[in-house]
Design a protein around this ligand. Structure first.
Ligand code: FMN
Length: 389
């Protein structure tokens, strides 16, 4: 049985929750509910309590259970904020936690759906728009709003979506939520660095952001995730096993120790070359520098061709200045199931950016995507993986 946490905030559209919740109950979904203080004004609390039985919480509930804002997201498969006020959207977008609802959202490790309802000018307000964009860019989903007659007597965009639409979208998202439950996933990310002497190295511009976002999204999809990363400025995402390495050889050694991987997503920008002989002491600057490079290990190819180490599903990355054909060659040569290709050019500054423009290449098709945040690229990549496996 799937479980959702239904957060009701103080919009006049809160009166619609009963109907939506009943539709979810009829689909065998277990509902827990948080009501903000403002929301209490717009619905019949006794009716909601009847629907959710004892799983009904308000700000005062946390006096009895100090970790409620953590437990409620851990115990449920997904969170729906319905209706979502401009106020609660603003709080979450800006990291405020001053009631049970906002603290639970901040502490959430689950997918969050927002169902906004408000006056049209409120919806179009530039600050509200900015908050909504921020949340969407962070991978949160919105259902509605719609255009129509508003409860305040005005007409415009801001009306809560149809109850049936809302319930169907929630049901659909819940069906997908744990598709990767307990799948063992390995993600590699960041650059590798190849030492020249004890202080200098050669490397590349990879920031690791795309790989970290993929690892985070896999966790949200219920997967067991191992993230092997070269040096980056990023904090390791929560709820996964994090392994730090420096060189390509170190990365390969760590990968070899992991068996029975279901899905391997190799985003790391492994240095193509390494220094043949690492100087034991720092090379003096008055000396002529003569570095002799040799070809580095090709981890993707080694793993792709390995009978024992290859994940059941292997995804490689190709950040290239060349065309899509190079990426397609990589798919075949390195025995991958999927290649995520991003063309590096002036308009797609991949390295360090929060945005990316990708194409997903499998044996039978090439899917091109518009430029979007790396979070949303990660979601698309995962969607394509579970559509293919
Ligand atoms: C009668 C009335 C109706 C309201 N309806 C809405 C609404 O539909 N959407 C909205 O964003 N805010 C609405 N508000 C404003 C919110 O109730 C207010 O911002 C409140 O602080 C929200 O608190 P919450 O987000 O903690 O529930 C309404 C206020 C009143 C007095």
């Amino acid at each position: 049985m799937k479980k959702i946490l239904f957060i009701i905030t103080g919009s006049i559209a809160a009166s619609r929750c009963e109907e939506i919740m009943n539709m979810l109950l009829n689909n065998n979904i277990k509902i827990s509910c948080i009501l903000t203080e403002e929301a209490k004004r717009y619905l019949k609390i006794s009716h909601i309590k009847k629907i959710v039985k004892n799983r009904f919480f308000t700000d005062s509930s946390e006096r009895r259970n100090k970790m409620l804002h953590i437990n409620l997201s851990r115990e449920n498969d997904m969170i729906v904020v319905c209706p979502a006020t401009a106020n609660s959207i603003a709080k979450f977008a800006n990291g405020f936690g001053d009631n049970l609802a906002s603290n639970t959202l901040l502490a959430s490790n689950k997918k969050i759906l927002f169902v906004p309802a408000m006056n049209s000018f409120m919806w179009h307000n530039k600050i509200n728009k900015k908050n909504v964009r921020l949340l969407k860019n962070n991978g949160n989903e919105f259902i509605g709003p719609r255009i129509g007659n508003l409860k305040c007597g005005e007409y415009g965009l801001g009306r809560i979506d149809d109850s049936k639409n809302i319930a169907n979208r929630i049901i659909n998202r819940l069906e997908n939520i744990n598709l990767l439950k307990n799948k063992k996933c390995l993600v590699t990310a960041g650059p590798t660095i190849e030492m020249i002497d004890p202080v200098r190295f050669i490397s590349n511009q990879s920031s690791g952001k795309q790989g970290y976002e993929i690892a985070s999204q896999l966790v949200l999809h219920g997967a067991k995730v191992i993230l092997i990363s070269g040096p980056t400025n990023l904090d390791p995402p929560p709820n996964l096993k994090f392994i730090q390495i420096k060189s390509a050889d170190e990365m390969y050694e760590k990968i070899k120790k992991i068996s029975k991987i279901d899905i391997g997503i190799f985003t790391a920008a492994v240095s193509d070359f390494k220094n043949k002989n690492i100087n034991k002491s720092k090379i003096k600057k008055n000396k002529k520098l003569n570095i002799s490079l040799s070809k580095n290990i090709d981890i993707l190819e080694k793993i792709g061709k390995s009978k024992t180490q290859r994940p059941k599903f292997l995804v490689g990355f190709a950040a290239e200045t060349g065309g899509v054909n190079n990426a397609k060659k990589k798919l075949l040569n390195k025995k991958c199931d999927m290649i995520v290709y991003n063309k590096i050019h002036d308009k797609n500054k991949v390295f360090g950016s929060d945005y990316n423009q990708i194409s997903i290449i499998t044996k039978n098709q090439i899917k091109k995507f518009k430029k979007m945040t790396k979070v949303n690229c990660a979601k698309q990549i995962i969607k394509q993986i579970y559509n293919t496996i």
